[in-house]
Design a binder for this molecule. Structure first.
Ligand code: SF4
Length: 452
């Protein structure tokens, strides 16, 4: 309980793009409930951390962020731990950080205003506070409602993530997400269109479709191959949208119809994020991932339809049982396929996943060494790909400006994970500039403006 009215909140977001989309929704829900967002945690009555619980490293980061805020908590301030860490570890988080006043699972955002009301009047939030916390909905429906509802959004800048589904039905043996997020649930198409329109009405020019598996869109609604028609509807029904970007595709679900739709519609940028995880048949089998043949065909079909396609992918090194031969196959695949953007992660042994109990766990120093080797190979490829852009004229979405320099992204770059373009001129954020690429670095480009 606090004597001070809780009126302002500070929201710290950790983890992936889907968490960023969720936090936009959290902000929208709290704004609509009369709370005001503040940028500085010291000025807030309510501190909220939207945590990540995917890997041990992200767990550590989330607990660190909670402890940091707890250490500076003032009288009357409340601290809420939210998101995937809670879905995975529940109240154990409060035992690790006793200054946390309450916890809320991922996806139960609609109940947040009710939780804050509780914290306003009662020291101890009752264990069953979630029951009837939102429109009398039982618990199990609350998360479902959070995905089907068109959440009010509070976007920051010209680009926004739009989460079209939550949860995952895939059997990847290294991944804890299905445990944290549950089964795949799609947001109905009308709610997606309404949210996209709302975002564009609030000044967003680029919408990035995200989910754990965007390409499984609609399966739970009895539809197959439903992502392509969804993209078509967004492009036809959301006026003013400049760029539509697709992330988190699953290699086994990329269909000819999706490829044709991406290639045909002008708003769809020729960019695809499709995590592949490995390239050796045996490793992929132990990961329960699509086989290398599926990947080769998919990549060939994509590039045939969109020769300028920029591909982002991620790989795991040091998966249990990974031999030198298996790792070398991955290096060969990198050199053969020449991806534009690659993230390489060391295998993380996550309790509750099948891979955590596999034999032949790889030593930490071997994992580290393999990651460095793979990144070194990719850095050369990324530089060569960037150098091939020099002289080209591309559209650049400006996102930041200062000291005579503008920072933006081309169609080849997703926010936060890919490169940027530096332009020696101040151009207002949210503008598209037609820029000639003048220089290349490993990940970033320099350019000069030919038209705004
Ligand atoms: S598809 Fe992605 S989110 Fe789903 S289980 Fe596999 S790695 Fe996890």
């Amino acid at each position: 309980m606090t004597d001070f009215p809780l009126t302002t909140y500070h929201l710290l977001t950790l983890g992936c793009a889907k968490n960023v989309a969720d936090s936009d929704g959290i902000g929208g829900i709290l704004d609509e409930s009369g709370y005001a967002s503040v940028a500085d945690a010291r000025d807030a009555d309510v501190l909220i951390v939207n945590t990540c619980g995917f890997l041990q490293a992200s767990r550590k980061e989330s607990l660190g962020a909670l402890r940091e805020l707890a250490a500076h908590k003032r009288d009357g301030q409340v601290l809420i731990a939210a998101g995937c860490l809670i879905s995975r570890y529940g109240e154990r988080v409060q035992r690790e950080v006793p200054e946390v006043d309450a916890v809320i699972d991922a996806g139960k955002w609609l109940a947040l205003p009710r939780l804050i009301q509780y914290l306003q009047v009662d020291e101890n939030v009752p264990d069953d506070w979630l029951t009837n916390a939102y429109a009398g909905l039982p618990l199990e429906q609350l998360a479902a409602r959070s995905i089907v509802e068109q959440l009010p959004r509070a976007p920051h800048g010209p680009s926004a993530y739009l989460k079209i589904a939550d949860g995952c039905d895939r059997p990847c043996t290294f991944c804890i997400i299905p445990t944290i997020k549950g089964a795949h649930r799609s947001k109905p198409a009308d709610a997606v269109i309404a949210e996209a329109r709302d975002l564009v009405a609030r000044g967003v020019q680029e919408i990035i479709l995200v989910a754990q598996d965007t390409t499984a869109y609609g399966w739970d609604l009895g539809m197959r191959d439903a992502l392509a028609p969804l993209i078509e509807r967004i492009c036809n029904e959301v006026e003013g949208l400049r760029w539509l970007r697709l992330m988190y595709a699953y290699p086994g679900h990329i269909t000819p119809r999706l490829i044709e739709t991406m290639a045909r519609l002008p708003q769809v940028v020729h960019y695809l994020d499709v995590p592949l995880q490995h390239a050796h048949a045996e490793t992929l089998k132990r990961m329960k991932r699509p086989n290398i043949g599926v990947m080769h065909k998919m990549l060939d079909d994509l590039r045939a339809a969109m020769p300028d396609l920029a591909i982002r992918t991620t790989f795991i090194v040091g998966f249990p049982g990974e031999t030198d031969d298996e790792f070398n196959a991955l290096l060969e695949f990198l050199n053969e396929q020449q991806f534009d953007r690659v993230g390489v992660f060391e295998f993380s042994r996550e309790d509750g996943t099948p891979a955590a109990y596999l034999e032949n766990q790889v030593a930490a120093r071997v994992k580290k060494d393999r990651r460095e080797q793979a990144m070194a190979v990719q850095q050369k490829i990324s530089l060569a790909k960037n150098r091939a852009c020099v002289g080209k004229t591309l559209d650049v979405l400006i996102e930041g400006v200062g000291d005579g320099v503008s920072i933006g992204r081309t169609y080849r770059d997703a926010p936060e994970v890919d490169g940027v373009v530096l332009i020696q001129k101040e151009i207002p954020p949210g503008k598209f500039a037609r820029a000639q690429i003048t220089g290349a670095m490993e990940y970033d480009l320099t350019a000069q403006v030919s038209a705004e």
